[in-house]
Write a protein that binds this ligand. Sequence first.
Ligand code: SF4
Length: 460
Amino acid sequence: MVQQPYEYRRRELVEPDWRRLPGWAAVTAGEWQSAQWQRAHCVKNARQLREVTGAGLTDAFLADLARDQRDRATMSMLIPPQMLNTIAPQVPASCAGFTDAWYADPVRRYMMPVFSDRQPQWPSHPYAQRDSLHEAEMWAVEGLTHRYPTKVLAELLPTCPQYCGHCTRMDLVGNPTATFGKHKFGLPREDRLTAMLDYLRRTAGVRDVVVSGGDVANLPWPRLESFVAALLAIESVRDIRLASKALMGLPQHWLSPQVRAGMSRLTATARARGVSIAIHTHVNAAQSVTPLVAKAARAMLEAGVRDVRNQGVLLRGVNADWSGPAGKPGAGPLLDLCFALLDEAGIVPYYFYMCDMIPGAEHWRLTVGQAQELQGAIMGYLPGFATPRIVCDVPYVGKRWVHQVARYDTTRGISYWTKNYRTAIEAGDELALGREYAYYDPIHLLPADGQDWWRARCAA
Ligand code: SF4
C-alpha cells in the first residue's frame, strides 16, 4: 500500500502541565483557571520570561529576544500563561534541549519572535505598510471600516489579552515598541461606539458586523453586551461576529460565569430576531487547542452561539513548511490543526489568511504560488464545510481566494487581482472595477533574476 500524503489520526487534546516551568511550580489548578490570575501573570519581557522558565532558556536566547524587541518588533510582548504553557510542551525546563525546543516551537515563533528569526536581507518588503490593508482610510466613522458593500468591521478597542508578532493591525493595536509608535483613536471610546451604532442605523445596506479590535475579550463584558444588544436592535443587522483570539489565548475569560450567562442572554434575543451570532477566533498551531480551549468553545456553543470559526494566519515555520517530498508543501501542520479544532473543540476551520505585508514580516510570509499549493494539499481530507479557504487580503480589494489571481509574474513576485465591488472610498470611482491591484511575494523567495530586479529597483 502506498501511503497517503497525510494520514489522519485522532489525537487526544492535552493541557500541558504548567508546573514543569519553575516559576509556576506552585500554581494551583484554581489559580490557573482564573482569568484574573492569567491576566495578572502575563509575560511582557525577557526578565519575566526568565522568572518563569528559570535557567531553562539560555542568556543567548533571551538576548536574541530582547534585541528583536529593541530593533524589529512591531508588537510589544504580551503572552498569557495559558499560551506560554503550550510552547515546547513536552520539554522540562531542566532539559538540555529546552532552548532548542523553544527556538523551533511554532507558537513561540509567532508570539515571541527573536531577532535571528527575521529575514536578514529583506526583513521588510519595500512596499510593506503599517496599515497594510488601509483600514483607517475606509473608516466610515472612527474605527468602523466599511470596505465590503454589505459588511463592516467595528474596531471597538485597540488592545488584546495577547499580542501576536505578526498582527496585521500593528498600526493601531497594542503598546508602542522601541521602533514603532501606535495610532491613537481621537474620540473617547463611548463617542466612537455611539458613532458606529448611529452609522449602522442609517446604513441599511449593511447586514453583517464583525465586532473586533483588538480583541473583544478586553472590553468589560457589560459594555460588550450592551453594544451587541444595540446591534441586535438594528433591523438591518443579520449577522454578528465577535472576534476573539482569547478564546484560545485566554479561554478562562470565555468560561467565566458572567460571560457565559451574558452570551446566553444575547443569543436568546438573536434567536428571537432570526439573527446569528458567531465567534471568530485565531488559532495557528494544533498544540494551542488544549482541553480548556475546547471547553471554552463548547461553552459558547452551549450558550447559543451559532458557530465558533477559526481564522488562522498562514505563517512559514508555524503552520506552513516545505519539508514534504521533493520540496512540496507539507499539509500536515494545517490539517493537524483543522482536525484538532473540528473534532475536539467543535470549531469550524474557516480561513487561513496569507500574512499581510506589514514591516518585519518577510520571514513569515509565503508566495502566492506556495499558498496555492497548500490550498491544493489540504483539499479532500476535511468535510467541505470545514475545508478552510486560503485567502490573500489584497490592499484596496479585500479577501480573495488564492486561486482567484488574475495575473501573476512569478519572477518578480507580483500578483494582480481584480474585484467586483467598490470600497467605501471608491463610491465615485468608475474605473475601480476595471483596475488591477498588486500584491507582492517575499523577495527572498524569488528566483535570482527576480531578486536582482528588486535590488536594482530599490537602489535606483
Ligand atoms: S489577537 Fe488579533 S488583533 Fe490582537 S494582536 Fe493578535 S492578531 Fe492582532
